[in-house]
Write a protein that binds this ligand. Structure first.
Ligand SMILES: Cc1ncc(COP(=O)(O)O)c(C=O)c1O
Length: 461
C-alpha cells in the first residue's frame, strides 16, 4: 500500500479548509474563517499546538477537555503502540476482554460504592446509558436536570440539555425532562413532587459557564432521589480525572454518593474515544435480567483494546504525575493572578475556579464610555463580548481559549493538567494585555468588535 498518512496530511493541508468546507462542514469552516481561527495546525505536544508557520500556541481549551494529560503523552502513546504491536484479539465479541475487566476494576476502585462499568465510546453515549439504566432500575421515566446543563447531543441527552438553543427544532419527540435552576431548592422539590422521576442528572461544575452548584443543593438532590426512588447521576465527562483538583469533582461535596458516574473525554488519553458509565451492581442487574438479555444495552465498539489501554495508561499517568495536585497548585496560581487584576479591570466581574477548570465572568462596567461599549456590544449580539476577549488572546498572545456557552459573558479555561508555572504566566500576561486593550475605548479591540458585529448581524454567529 502506498498510503503514507503523514505525507497525506502534509499534501492535504494547503487545500484542507476548502475540502472540509465542501465535504464536512461549510458553516463551521465559515465561522472559523470569520473569527480568524482558521489556522492550520501541524503539530501538538503537551499543552502546545504549532501552526504552519511554526508558531507555538498555548492550548487552554484542550479539545473541549480531552487533553488532561496534554497531547502526545509519551506513556500513553507507548501503551497504544504496545497494543498495536501485540496483535491482541480485539472485539472478538463473544469474549470477556481482559483490558476492559482491568479498566473497570481500576475505575470502580476509585469510586467506592459503585461496582460495575458499562463501556461505550463518548460522553453522550454514557448519558444515554444512564438514562436507560436508571429507567429500567427504577421503573420510572421522568428526568430532572439543571438549567445550562450539557450532557451531550444525541436525543436522550438532548432531553436533559439546559440550553434551549440546542433543543430547538427537535423538541416534541424528546423524552420528557424537568428543568430546574441551579440552587433553586423549591424548584427541585416541585420537580420531584410531580412523581415518576427516574433520575436527577448534574455536572458537579457546569461546563457551560463554569457554574458550581452549592454543596447543599446537591445534597438536597441526593436526599430527594433517595426519598422518591430515583437515581443520582453525576456527569464527570468534563470534570473527571483530576480536572478540578480531585479525581472526581463530586468529591468536593462531602458525603455525596452518586448512583451513576459518567466518564469520557480525558479517559481517552487524548487518543482513543471512550465512554464509561459506572454504577452499582443492582442498577446494572436491572438491565441484564437473563442470559438472553446480554446485549439489551450494548455497542459494537465498546471495550476496544486501544480504548481500554488508553484508559489504563491515563489513570496511571494521573496518579504517578499527581496531576490533580498540579491542577490545584497551578489553578490556584491562575486564580490569584486573575483576582489581582480585578480591581484594575472593570469588565471583570467574577472568577470561578476549581483546579484547572476556570471561568472568567465579565459584567457591565461603571465608567460611562465603557458602559456604552458594553451595551452596544450586547445589543448587536449576546454572544459577542466574550469573543472580543477570546480572539485577541488567540491572535495577539497565541493562547487558545473558548467562550463558555451561548449568550454568556464568560471565557472558559481548560488547560492540560500538567502545565507549568511558565505556562500559567504566559496566560496571565496575555490576559492582562488583552484586558488593558479592552479597557481602552475607543481602541483596536473595539474595532474588532465592530467588525465581528457586522458578521454577527449578517450570519448570526
Ligand atoms: C459534561 C458533559 N457531558 C457530556 C458531554 C458529551 O460528550 P460527547 O461530546 O463525547 O458526546 C460533554 C461534552 O462536552 C460534556 O461536557
Amino acid at each position: 500500500m502506498d498510503l503514507n498518512i503523514p505525507r497525506a496530511f502534509e499534501e492535504a493541508r494547503p487545500g484542507a479548509h476548502e475540502l472540509y468546507r465542501e465535504h464536512v462542514g461549510p458553516m463551521w469552516a465559515k465561522m472559523l474563517r470569520t473569527i480568524g481561527f482558521d489556522r492550520q495546525w501541524v503539530r501538538g505536544k503537551g499543552p502546545y499546538l504549532w501552526d504552519e508557520d511554526g508558531v507555538r500556541y498555548l492550548d487552554f481549551m484542550s479539545g473541549w477537555g480531552v487533553f488532561n494529560f496534554g497531547r502526545a503523552h509519551p506513556a500513553i502513546s507507548r501503551a497504544l503502540t504496545e497494543v498495536l504491536a501485540a496483535d491482541l484479539p480485539n472485539w472478538a465479541a463473544f469474549d470477556t476482554p481482559p483490558l476492559a475487566a482491568l479498566l473497570a476494576e481500576e475505575l470502580t476502585r476509585g469510586l467506592p460504592g459503585l461496582d460495575r462499568v458499562y463501556f461505550c465510546n463518548s460522553g453522550t453515549e454514557a448519558t444515554e446509558a444512564a438514562i436507560k439504566f436508571a429507567r429500567v432500575a427504577t421503573g420510572k421515566h421522568g428526568m430532572v436536570y439543571l438549567n445550562r446543563a450539557f450532557h451531550g447531543l444525541t436525543t436522550g441527552a438532548l432531553a436533559v440539555n439546559g440550553d434551549a438553543a440546542f433543543r430547538e427544532g427537535f423538541e416534541p419527540s424528546l423524552p420528557t425532562g424537568v428543568e430546574v435552576d441551579v440552587n433553586d431548592y423549591a424548584g427541585l422539590e416541585r420537580a420531584f413532587a410531580a412523581g415518576d422521576i427516574a433520575l436527577f442528572i448534574f455536572e458537579p461544575i457546569q461546563g457551560k459557564g463554569v457554574y458550581i452548584p452549592e454543596d447543599d443543593f446537591l445534597r438536597k438532590a441526593e436526599e430527594l432521589c433517595r426519598r422518591h426512588g430515583a437515581l443520582l447521576v453525576c456527569d464527570e465527562v468534563q470534570t473527571g480525572l483530576g480536572r478540578t483538583g480531585k479525581p472526581f469533582a463530586f468529591e468536593w461535596v462531602e458525603g455525596l454518593q452518586p448512583d451513576i458516574v459518567l466518564i469520557s473525554k480525558a479517559l481517552s488519553g487524548g487518543y482513543v474515544p471512550v465512554g464509561a458509565m459506572v454504577t452499582r451492581a443492582d442498577v446494572h442487574e436491572a438491565m441484564y435480567t437473563s442470559m438472553d438479555q446480554g446485549v439489551r444495552h450494548a455497542c459494537t465498539f465498546g471495550m476496544g483494546d486501544l480504548a481500554m489501554a488508553a484508559g489504563l495508561a491515563s489513570l496511571r499517568v494521573l496518579d504517578e504525575e499527581d496531576l490533580a495536585g498540579n491542577a490545584t497548585r497551578i489553578g490556584g496560581m491562575i486564580r490569584e493572578g486573575l483576582e489581582a487584576m480585578m480591581p484594575r479591570f472593570e469588565f471583570m466581574s467574577a472568577v470561578r475556579q476549581r483546579g484547572l477548570m476556570i471561568g472568567i465572568e465579565f459584567g457591565e462596567p461603571r465608567a460611562l464610555g465603557l458602559r456604552g461599549a458594553w451595551s452596544t456590544t450586547h445589543r448587536i449580539s449576546p454572544d459577542l463580548f466574550a469573543q472580543a476577549i477570546v480572539i485577541p488572546l488567540f491572535d495577539d498572545h497565541r493562547i487558545l481559549t473558548q467562550v463558555a456557552g451561548h449568550h454568556m459573558d464568560v471565557v472558559k479555561l481548560l488547560p492540560p493538567l500538567n502545565i507549568t508555572e511558565a505556562d500559567a504566566e504566559w496566560f496571565l500576561e496575555g490576559f492582562e494585555k488583552t484586558m488593558e486593550a479592552l479597557h481602552r475605548f475607543p481602541g483596536p479591540v473595539w474595532e474588532l468588535v465592530k467588525r465581528l458585529g457586522k458578521h454577527a448581524v449578517a450570519a448570526r454567529i
